[in-house]
Design a protein around this ligand. Structure first.
Ligand SMILES: Cc1ncc(COP(=O)(O)O)c(C=O)c1O
Length: 439
């Protein structure tokens, strides 16, 4: 293929979109999928040996879909009225039961925080929810702070909305937020802070103390702005990415940043709880802690943001079935996920792998790479049919990530591969040490 032509043709594309696509986090994952992961999958497909792979790379399903989810899906495909398959915006009466039960369940879960159905917006998962918040709020050169390592698409979304992405490191000993660094990075131009808890890829749930301290920092900043700009002052908006807020281990308690800081968009996706990310479904929720003037503003403009972004609402049938997911608490088996977590931890720790912080939630375990070069180590693992995500791809070099969405069979089969790759890495480390001693 003549790639010079493609490069010339790219001139017709939107620079705004290209800058998002070319952003570093997005590129790193793209290059990994194209050059490493994709090639391994194709090679195994060609040799009909896909079933020999133990794939821990991404949060994709490796078991059949949940029967309870499927029976609800079938139920709502049957139209109940003539408007059933009509355009299905946020205020459509057919979706009212879904929004009501989300508000009710959130109010029960986070009491005394409460939610009203008119402040619940059904969106296409957290991709949709996060992009809706970012695109609705950002003006060119507004700054958005987020901690790294981070989910790969924050930076691309910010840049493609002409914002400036500002990264802050986490504490690598505890995987906790680095509050001093967040405070230092706040400027007059900071419009949004994105917090992801439980956190992908560390599995950390931020404690109530951490979130309270964070809220104090943001409220102090709002006070400073009020003194400086008076009535024109605007708060920093906290966009809370809670994709995994139902994937909790060991009875760990989850706190939403919305419980502590009033100016918070709570973004949730059903893709994790149901393990079906191909079904684009989630919501944005604003609690009653958000001052009424802002809630009224978003009631007017958030649905319109969804329209001008290209009618970014979930398909009508999926919007209706939210009521069943919520009423029946349809979910993957979290106990079983925790069993898988413990099996993987047993396997890795018995071999000698270092796991700095045991995950408290999410699908993920972050493990120290036995080789300094985590990409080289993941390549070594793949020689033994074990596929993992190198930390460098997620801006945390020196680690690699395992997704617990792999099935039990893959976990059991991976034991030998993890062992052999570890032993090979350790012997190459000691050979290197001998060579450098001899120099
Ligand atoms: C932290 C985080 N945020 C957002 C998303 C996007 O979620 P969804 O695919 O459900 O839109 C993911 C998906 O893996 C994620 O891990």
């Amino acid at each position: 293929m003549d790639t010079t032509n493609i490069q010339n043709d790219e001139l017709i594309l939107s620079q705004r979109i290209l800058s998002g696509i070319n952003s570093s986090h997005y590129q790193r994952i793209g290059v990994f999928v194209q050059n490493e992961y994709g090639k391994i999958l194709s090679a195994h497909k060609e040799s009909s040996s896909l079933s020999t792979l133990c794939d821990f790379t991404f949060g994709n399903p490796h078991n059949m879909a949940l029967p309870t989810f499927l029976s609800s899906f079938h139920k709502y495909i049957e139209p109940l009225n003539v408007g059933w398959y009509g355009y299905c915006m946020a205020t459509n009466p057919n979706t009212e039961p879904s929004r009501q039960i989300v508000a009710l369940n959130l109010s029960k879960r986070f009491s005394p925080l409460s939610f009203q159905s008119e402040d619940i917006y059904l969106v296409k998962g957290n991709f949709g929810g996060l992009y809706t918040c970012i695109s609705m709020l950002l003006n060119p050169n507004d700054e958005v702070i987020f901690p790294i390592p981070a989910w790969f698409c924050y930076e691309a979304m910010i840049i493609s909305c002409q914002g400036i992405s500002i990264e802050v490191n986490i504490n690598l000993n505890t995987f906790d937020l680095n509050l001093d660094e967040i405070k230092n990075k706040i400027s007059d131009r900071t419009k949004i802070l994105i917090i992801n808890t439980p956190h992908n890829p560390t599995g950390k749930i931020y404690s109530s103390t951490t979130l309270e301290l964070l809220s104090n920092i943001l409220l102090e900043e709002y006070e400073r702005r009020q003194q400086k700009y008076g009535q024109q002052a605007q708060p920093i908006w906290l966009v809370s990415d809670e994709a995994y807020n139902n994937i909790l281990f060991n009875n760990n308690k989850f706190y939403s940043p919305a419980e502590f800081y009033p100016y918070t968009f709570l973004c949730y996706t059903y893709a994790k709880t149901l393990l079906n990310p191909g079904i684009r479904l989630g919501y944005i929720a604003l609690s009653e802690k958000v001052p009424l003037n802002y809630r009224l503003l978003f009631q007017k403009y958030l649905p319109q943001t969804l329209i001008v972004n290209g009618f970014q609402v979930p398909d009508c049938v999926t919007q209706y079935l939210v009521q069943d997911i919520e009423k029946l608490s349809i979910s993957i088996d979290i106990e079983n996920l925790e069993k898988k977590l413990n099996s993987v931890l047993d396997i890795l720790l018995s071999i000698g792998y270092e796991i700095p912080v045991k995950p408290e939630g999410t699908f993920y375990i972050l493990i120290k790479s036995p080789l300094e070069d985590d990409q080289a180590f993941c390549r070594l693992l793949s020689k033994y049919n074990v596929l993992c995500l190198p930390g460098a791809v997620l801006a945390i070099p020196g680690y690699f990530r395992i997704s617990l969405t792999a099935n039990e069979d893959m976990i059991e089969r991976s034991r030998e591969g993890f062992k052999q790759a570890y032993e090979e890495a350790m012997s190459s480390n000691s050979n290197q040490a001998i060579q450098s001693d001899n120099k």
